[in-house]
Design a protein around this ligand. Structure first.
Ligand code: SF4
Length: 184
């Protein structure tokens, strides 16, 4: 099936994804928040970064976090260095919940299309998403190891460093997404 109108395909995919996202008693935005917290680095697991990522209002994000906290999927705590900053973490129940993520059927479909198509789709989707977010003046987010502030092996093998935040980074951090990321 090839539809020459990419906008029509985006619409159909978005509708299927939205349908799949009503799973296990959670709403799509609540799933998005859980997925974000599973992928974001420690500097980005904050209500502010989540708001930027979702492109949602502060009210929506605060309501979403309240529901997830009440359900026991997310925990809030004050930052050790700056008590005014709220940090967010998935609880074990939140991590378990992600195993019930309704995107599973889309993930299976993605696996079935072959590596070359998957890579082309990832590159095209990333470019489209970035362009669309830039229209609203939002932040694209991106993988830490692809950031211009990322210094690989700065403090020894697999001990990286963030030149912007002046913080050490491990392999896990390098693979996560970050609100401050700027493509290298
Ligand atoms: S290197 Fe870039 S992406 Fe990584 S923590 Fe620093 S600012 Fe964020």
């Amino acid at each position: 099936m090839t539809d020459p109108n990419p906008m029509a395909m985006i619409d159909r995919l978005a509708r299927i994804a939205a349908h799949d996202a009503h799973t296990a008693g959670l709403k799509p935005v609540q799933w998005e928040a859980l997925r974000f917290l599973a992928r974001a680095n420690r500097f980005s697991r904050t209500p502010g970064a989540l708001t930027a990522y979702l492109g949602a209002t502060k009210g929506t994000v605060s309501q979403t976090l309240m529901t997830l906290e009440r359900a026991g999927y997310v925990e809030k705590s004050a930052d050790d260095a700056d008590r005014r900053t709220v940090r967010l973490e998935l609880t074990d129940a939140g991590k378990d919940m992600l195993a019930r993520d309704g995107t599973e059927r889309m993930q299976s479909a993605l696996k079935s299309i072959g590596e070359a198509d998957r890579e082309a789709l990832a590159a095209g989707a990333a470019a489209l998403l970035k362009a669309r977010i830039e229209i609203d003046g939002g932040r694209a987010f991106g993988i830490c190891r692809e950031c211009r502030h990322f210094e690989r092996d700065a403090q020894g093998p697999r001990q990286h460093f963030c030149r912007l935040l002046k913080e050490p980074l491990n392999e896990g951090d390098a693979a996560n997404i970050c609100v401050e990321q700027e493509a290298a």
